[in-house]
Design a protein around this ligand. Structure first.
Ligand SMILES: Nc1ncnc2c1ncn2[C@@H]1O[C@H](COP(=O)(O)OP(=O)(O)O)[C@@H](O)[C@H]1O
Ligand SMILES: [Mg+2]
Length: 262
C-alpha cells in the first residue's frame, strides 16, 4: 500500500477497501463503503478535477470533496461515493431508452450551468495547443486509436491529424463540458442522474465535445470494444431523438479525432 498523507490516513482510519480497475488513466481508485480515494500523478488535470469538483458542489450532482492533498508528485482526492450505477452497467445497456434518457439528462444538466464564472476553459484553441504539445512530446498512444483514424484511408500520423484539426476547426457553441463524457463517468439511478465523476477535463468547451465522446462510448459499450461482450440494441440515432437535436456527424467526427491526441 502507498504511504498516504497523514490527513487522508486519519479520515479513512482502518476501513476496508477494494481497488477499482475501471478507469483508463494512470489513476488508482480505492473504494470504501461510502467514499472514494483517487490517487494520481499531479498534473494540470488532477488539479482541475479538484477545482471543478469544488466549483460544481452546489450546481450539479458531483462527489463531495472530503480532502485533497498533494504529496511527492501524487495527488490524493478523497470524495464521497456517488450512489447508483454507472451508465455502462448492464441494467442500462439492456435498456437503451432508459440509457438515452439518462444521458440526455446528463448532457442537459451540464448545458444549463451558467459558465460566466467557470474557472477553466478547454475551448478549441487551448485544446489544439495541448494536442500539439502531446504530438511534439510523442505522448500520443496509437494503440488506443479508433481503427480507421490512421492507416490506408486515414491520417499518416498524429502530426498529420493535428494539422487537419487546425485547418478544419468547427464553430464552437460554448457550454460547460464534462470533457470525458463516457458511460463510466456518469452515474444514475433509473432515469435520474446521481453523479458526474472524473472531472479532470471539465471546463468550458463546445457542446459537441461531450456529444461526440458520449456517442463513441455508446457505440463501443454496445459493440464489445471494451469488455469483449457485444450487446444488441444500439441505434445511432436514439440519443439524438432524446436530445431533440439533429446529429452533426462532421462535428462528432471532429471531436472524436481530436480526442485521439489525448
Ligand atoms: N466518487 C465516486 N463514486 C463512485 N464511484 C467512483 C467515484 N470515483 C471513481 N469511481 C469509480 O472508479 C472508476 C474510475 O474513476 P475515474 O475518476 O473515472 O478515473 P479514471 O480517470 O481512471 O477514469 C469510475 O468509473 C467509477 O467506477
Ligand atoms: Mg473515468
Amino acid at each position: 500500500m502507498i504511504e498516504l498523507p497523514e490527513k487522508i490516513k486519519k479520515l479513512i482510519g482502518e476501513k476496508n477497501y477494494t481497488i477499482d480497475q475501471i478507469g483508463k488513466s494512470d489513476s488508482t481508485v480505492i473504494v470504501f463503503d461510502n467514499m472514494i480515494l483517487k490517487i494520481q500523478t499531479i498534473t494540470e488535470e488532477s488539479d482541475n478535477e479538484h477545482e471543478m469538483m469544488l466549483w460544481l458542489q452546489d450546481k450539479l450532482p458531483v462527489p463531495k470533496v472530503l480532502a485533497f492533498e498533494r504529496k511527492a508528485g501524487l495527488s490524493y482526492l478523497l470524495m464521497s461515493k456517488v450512489e447508483g450505477k454507472m451508465s455502462c452497467d448492464e441494467e442500462y445497456i439492456n435498456n437503451p431508452n432508459q440509457l438515452a434518457t439518462l444521458l440526455t439528462k446528463g448532457l442537459r444538466g451540464l448545458w444549463q450551468v451558467d459558465i460566466a464564472n467557470c474557472p477553466t476553459s478547454f475551448a478549441l484553441d487551448r485544446k489544439l495547443q495541448m494536442a500539439q504539445y502531446n504530438v511534439e512530446q510523442n505522448f500520443v498512444d496509437l494503440e488506443d486509436a479508433e481503427p480507421d483514424t490512421y492507416g490506408e484511408h486515414g491520417f499518416r500520423d498524429p502530426s498529420h491529424l493535428l494539422q487537419w484539426l487546425i485547418d478544419n476547426k468547427p464553430e464552437e457553441e460554448l457550454v460547460l463540458s464534462h470533457g470525458d463524457f463516457c458511460l463510466p463517468n456518469l452515474f444514475g439511478r433509473k432515469e435520474e442522474v446521481t453523479g458526474y465523476i472524473d472531472l479532470g477535463k471539465t471546463g468550458i468547451a463546445d457542446r459537441w465535445q461531450d456529444i461526440a465522446l458520449c456517442y463513441r462510448s455508446l457505440l463501443h459499450n454496445y459493440d464489445g470494444t471494451y469488455t469483449g461482450k457485444a450487446y444488441e440494441g444500439f441505434d445511432r440515432n436514439l440519443l439524438f431523438e432524446y436530445l431533440g437535436i439533429e446529429p452533426q456527424w462532421d462535428k462528432i467526427r471532429y471531436y472524436i479525432l481530436l480526442d485521439e491526441l489525448f
